[in-house]
Design a binder for this molecule. Sequence first.
Ligand code: ADP
Ligand code: GLC
Length: 503
Amino acid sequence: MHQGLYVVHIAAEMAPVAKVGGLGDVVAGLGKALQRRGHLVEIILPKYDCMQYDRVRDLRALDTVVESYFDGKLYKNKIWIGTVEGLPVHFIEPQHPSKFFWRGQFYGEKDDFKRFSYFSRAALELLLQSGKKPDIIHCHDWQTAFVAPLYWDLYAPKGLDSARICFTCHNFEYQGTSSASDLGSCGLDVNQLNRPDRMQDHSSGDRINPVKGAIIFSNIVTTVSPTYAQEVRTSEGGKGLHSTLNSNSKKFIGILNGIDTDSWNPATDPFLKAQFNAKDLQGKEENKYALRKQLGLSSAESRRPLVGCITRLVPQKGVHLIRHAIYRTLELGGQFVLLGSSPVPHIQREFEGIEQQFKSHDHVRLLLKYDEALSHSIYAASDMFIIPSIFEPCGLTQMIAMRYGSIPIARKTGGLNDSVFDIDDDTIPTQFQNGFTFQTADEQGLNYALERALNHYKKDEEKWMRLMEKVMSIDFSWASSATQYEELYTRSVARARASPNRT
Ligand code: ADP
Ligand code: GLC
């Protein structure tokens, strides 16, 4: 008999097969960490056409199909299973004429609400029809937030009643609101749910909010850092959900994400020109040289500092400050490499302009695309890494950067505030100091941190080396955060078993 918990994650992303941003990293990283702690972990994902199929092992279709309800009809779903990063994954392929996951992209379709409410229902149907009895169903972000009300309103009464529901919101900016009538497609009862104390959005009596529904209907609600959990409880930070969060505060907590230290390991990383570790930094030099060569940047001075930035180019990330950092770094005698792309057309255009401007420049390169291999090379090659976010629920890039000996320059917000601690701040114990931070989201604020970083780098090579060694040794693994999730799960399951009639 299995001793641990049986945990099923239902999500729209999982690294490396279907990743847009940090959500994908978290589903894989947390899943692996829980598995390592002896729990039975499974993942359910949509079967996207644009997945990285070469990263799925033993992919095969099951003989049985699962039928699920949508818009008044039953549709067949082909179910595929495979292994990703050692985790068993079920992929759902709807046999629906709209070809929901056959669009060449993960998100950004006009019918995203339909695509993911369909998926949420089909995932629960898969659990029900295959007789699975998870202890925890863990859903993530608005795309699978529907799972919480669907579970309690429709699936617990049908007998899928062993589970507790955990919902993690990775970013309260994306709430998936839609007009109330759209909710009925997946079988939820609009009349019951379009109420201010249920799924009705604060903006209008005719809009429903899946994230609000998940907060209300889940047993456990988490977000991805303690500071962000505080920020979203305020009217400025909560994007309309602060009062819902405050009235559900007993079940709401912020847990800092970890990173997958197997995938992000400079000592074994197959994408690198040369592997390295905290005790042997020679390889880092070689990566810097190789990246400069690959991108056509000048290698004339090995000690010219290289500043990296890898990000989705969206307002949250402080795009105007990123732009400013490019020019300011150049003025201060550094090099800058940006890897990023934008779903926002005017931002993408603006950065294409800057990319052109620096096309054959000796010290600046912009790469406006998504490229996993290149991201590893940039983390490894850069001396510093900039994250000037306006808000940041957790942020993984500062942790990855540190693991590769690149010193973060970050704005003190959300998870950045919980993981980057200023080297010049005497109130912070020396052993925790690991980067350069600034408070105000403007050019002066950024200059303050960037200039100090470059000065430190230039002034004392030996000290900088010790700083690199220190940040590379910080434990950003999932170990301690996975333990916190495990405790939440265990307590919730125990509460349910103690009083089985309570939801
Ligand atoms: P968010 O989820 O808000 O985008 P995170 O910092 O949590 O931010 O996670 C971003 C993840 O996506 C990191 O693993 C980062 O390396 C990766 N990433 C972002 N942009 C790109 C890109 N253009 N190419 C490759 N990887 C990227
Ligand atoms: C979201 C947030 C980011 C976080 C990631 C993983 O995309 O924007 O801050 O690190 O989710 O939780």
